[in-house]
Write a protein that binds this ligand. Structure first.
Ligand SMILES: CCCCCCCCCCCC(=O)SCCNC(=O)CCNC(=O)[C@H](O)C(C)(C)COP(=O)(O)OP(=O)(O)OC[C@H]1O[C@@H](n2cnc3c(N)ncnc32)[C@H](O)[C@@H]1OP(=O)(O)O
Length: 217
């Protein structure tokens, strides 16, 4: 697994020297894991989809439960502290290789904004074929974190996230989410973003990201 420092170049092209010691936030570095990590994550995503969509006979569920317990036993010895797993740090994988994140891939990442594209899957079902309303703030919040980072701002946390649901967000349909910094006022970074299906606006979001003070968690 190779590690590379995250790009913390600011909008003016200068490195933000405060970046490394802002707040009490752990330092994350992008990684390129071994060849089977992508297959493992995608397999786990398929399992997540199946876990919320099957109605199997008891003996099949028992078989599946046995295998899940065996898999957990294989992996448990390798648990590491936050920031050391490839999950969430594998930039080239959908959802950065984290099962928490919807499996979307980053299409644009820079000081002028971040765009990512992907689909919500069966795992993300809310009701009547639409994505669960809580999955949209998850998508937006993660995007806000990337936008503030790509803009070269010091580590910041979401103070608020205001989501307007404008139309039903379908599953298994290509979508895009894109946002950028509107303005910076001291510790405050104001960001807006939109979720779209083609040209159709599904949801928009405004967030305030607050730069952490030294030692803030
Ligand atoms: C390689 C991969 C990259 C990876 C890059 C990784 C990036 C990580 C991104 C993580 C994003 C997240 O999801 S974070 C998780 C969700 N967020 C959280 O859990 C945050 C919980 N809240 C907090 O910790 C705190 O409230 C803070 C740190 C946000 C703010 O506390 P504070 O520092 O004491 O600030 P405080 O004095 O209250 O406020 C400062 C100023 O902001 C204003 N303010 C504060 N909160 C609000 C609010 N909700 N709405 C309006 N205004 C507000 C105040 O009025 C004040 O304005 P004035 O009087 O100065 O004008």
């Amino acid at each position: 697994m190779s590690e590379q420092a995250a790009d913390v170049t600011g909008v003016d092209g200068k490195r933000d020297d405060d970046y490394e010691h802002h707040g009490g936030f752990p330092k994350y570095e992008a990684v390129t894991p071994g060849p089977d990590w992508a297959r493992f994550v995608e397999g786990m995503r398929t399992l997540q989809d199946l876990a919320v969509s099957v109605d199997a006979p008891d003996d099949v569920v028992a078989q599946a439960a046995d295998q899940v317990e065996k898999l957990a036993a294989v992996l448990t010895p390798y648990v590491v502290p936050e920031g050391r797993s490839p999950a969430g740090r594998t930039i080239e994988l959908p959802g950065r290789g984290s099962l928490l994140m919807p499996p979307w891939h980053i299409e644009k990442f820079g000081p002028d904004g971040v765009r990512s594209a992907g689909e919500f899957r069966r795992y993300h079902l809310g009701g009547n074929g639409a994505a669960h309303g809580g999955t949209l703030p998850l998508l937006f919040d993660d995007l806000m974190g990337m936008i503030v980072h790509a803009y070269g701002r010091p580590i910041s946390r979401t103070a608020y996230l205001h989501v307007n649901y404008r139309a039903i967000t379908p599953l298994n349909t290509p979508l895009t989410v894109e946002g950028s910094v509107d303005r910076v006022e001291g510790r405050k970074t104001f960001i807006t973003a939109q979720l779209k299906k083609g040209d159709t606006l599904l949801a928009d979001c405004e967030a305030l990201m607050l730069e952490l003070l030294p030692g803030q968690p």
